[in-house]
Ligand binder design. Structure first.
Ligand code: NAP
Ligand code: MG
Length: 490
């Protein structure tokens, strides 16, 4: 299982029908460290349609017994997975940092989040799943219960390689579905290590199947597979639309969580220290690669200059570097592709006439030569019709937009196709209520960064950010089950 490239680099396998197996093509793909492109973190399988078919067949077979278990019994497995993941937290977080670039504390935080999500859904296995509804027949009993969809296909992105797969897998499994998951190719080593925790916890054969490979082959294969009853997707808008079209064409249930262009509004009466810290944390942590990352910073004119100078003072302090180095606050972009996208948006911003206040280029310095590092970047003189104010950049780029009133702020904040997350910083209850009522976003946050979510609350966007269903919390039951209405008469 090891390939030699100087040092020993491990090759990770697919997990199908309870066994770790190579792809039928025998092809593998390297996973590269974005902080040092010369370092291969591991190799993963480049699977083909045949491997996916085997995984779906195994999941279909396993579903017959899995759905018969009680929710509590299925939850017991999730508690075991959580315990294994907890034991392996540091190792998996380190791999995540090496494979995707986010800093080690962030990777540990994400892995800990995965553990908490597993425990939360383990408990959900014992909660109520239906209602008793009075029948017009006084001698009958009428109630609802929930049934699993069957085999579900999960397609996940690279930016949260542990938390996003788990927030789909845990509810899928506890509600009685069996799973085929295809993680982003770029973070499949981290995903493989996470799946090892499920295997080690003794999940029954075939209940969880893991197939790595390209989106166009394995992702598309999940979209088209007649035995996959539901598809849960997180990723880009373009691919999300393909998932929806394919699912509608064959009558499968689908769920999409996609991009964002998340605003914060800093009102004249805001606590500026709080607003600055939340803008930096929300916009630049994880190198801006969160779907809920702050991108547009709308600031009321009375505090604009003061906010700007406080923000710049702190952005200048940000230390860019390898995510495993304790002094690094911001790691690299997750891939070369991602770096190029970010740099091209920065160029577009300058070409459109925005003023560059900080950053704007690849980050240079000792130890950064071979990585996809970019400087934290701040623009001003940004207007809503500019590309950098409209399109998701998915990088550490903040666009300052000056307004006079909260009405203007709301108009600009809503003037995008997305509606994922939005924050306001103010002490005024009227401003808060206007923002809560009029902001088109699935997550509205008052005096808190745009990028914080809690696992026990519903998560998802409005407008083009989402297909409208919600993940996490108790909301997850809506996608991963169907309601059955039962009428009983003696
Ligand atoms: P992506 O390119 O859409 O990839 C997402 C997943 O889809 C990957 O597993 C990818 O496989 C797969 N895929 C690619 N082409 C496919 C196809 N033709 N058919 C089926 N599957 C296909 O997105 P990404 O670049 O990884 O992730 C960044 C995006 O995700 C951003 O837009 C971000 O906003 C969004 N995101 C949203 C949320 C949310 O909850 N709203 C959370 C995180 C990220 P490969 O690995 O082979 O490309
Ligand atoms: Mg991709």
């Amino acid at each position: 299982m090891t390939l030699s490239t100087g040092t020993q680099v491990k090759t990770y396998l697919n997990y199908i029908n309870g066994k770790w197996v190579s792809a039928s093509s025998n092809e593998i793909a390297p996973s590269v460290n974005p902080a040092n492109k010369n370092e291969v973190v591991g190799y993963v399988q480049r699977s083909s349609k045949e491997d996916l078919d085997l995984a779906v067949e195994a999941a279909k077979k396993a579903q017959i017994q899995w759905r018969k278990l009680s929710g509590a019994a299925r939850g017991e497995y999730l508690y075991k997975v959580a315990n294994v993941l907890e034991q392996r937290l540091d190792d998996i977080a380190k791999t995540m940092t090496e494979e995707m670039g986010k800093t080690f504390p962030e990777a540990k935080g994400e892995t800990a989040r995965g553990i908490a999500i597993l425990r939360y859904y383990a408990g959900e296995g014992m909660r109520k799943v239906g209602d008793v509804i009075p029948s017009t027949d006084s001698e009958a009993l009428m109630f609802t219960t929930r049934v699993p969809l069957g085999v579900v296909g999960l397609i996940t992105p690279w930016n949260f390689p542990v938390a996003i797969p788990i927030w789909k897998m845990a509810p899928a499994l506890v509600y009685g579905n069996t799973v085929v998951i295809k993680p982003a190719l770029e973070t499949s080593v981290t995903a493989a290590k996470m799946v090892e925790c499920f295997a080690e916890a003794g999940l029954p054969t075939g209940v969880l199947n893991f197939v790595t490979g390209s989106g166009s082959v394995i992702g598309q294969g999940i979209i088209d597979h007649p035995d996959i009853s539901g598809i849960s997707f997180t990723g880009s808008d373009q691919v999300g639309k393909q998932v929806a079209q394919g699912a509608v064409a064959r009558g499968a249930k689908y769920q999409l969580e996609m991009g964002g262009k998340n605003p914060v509004f800093v009102a004249d009466d805001a606590d500026l220290e709080q607003a600055v810290d939340a803008t930096i944390s929300g916009g630049l942590r994880s190198t801006g690669q969160k779907c809920t990352a702050t991108s547009r910073v709308i600031v009321q004119s009375g505090v604009y200059d003061e906010f700007k100078s406080k923000l710049l003072a702190k952005v200048r302090e940000i230390k860019v570097g390898h995510g495993l180095h304790a002094e690094s606050w911001m790691g690299p972009c997750a891939s070369e592709n991602q770096l190029e996208t970010v740099l091209s948006y920065i160029e577009k911003g300058m070409a459109e006439g925005a003023t560059l206040l900080h950053g704007g280029k690849r980050a240079e310095g000792e130890g950064l030569e071979n990585g996809y590092f970019v400087e934290p970047t701040v623009f001003e003189d940004v207007y809503s019709n500019m590309i950098i104010a409209q399109e998701e950049i998915f990088g550490p780029v903040l666009a300052l937009i000056k307004v006079d009133t909260i009405e203007q702020a709301l108009e600009i904040a809503n003037d995008v196709q997305y509606g994922l997350s939005a924050s306001i910083f103010t002490q005024n209850i009227g401003n808060m209520l206007s923002f809560i009522n009029e902001m088109d976003a699935g997550l509205v946050r008052i005096n808190a960064e745009s990028a914080g979510v809690e696992l026990q609350a519903p998560f998802g966007g409005l407008k083009q950010s989402s297909s409208g269903s919600r993940e996490q919390g108790q909301a997850a039951i809506e996608f991963f089950t169907a309601i059955k209405t039962v009428f009983v008469k003696a």
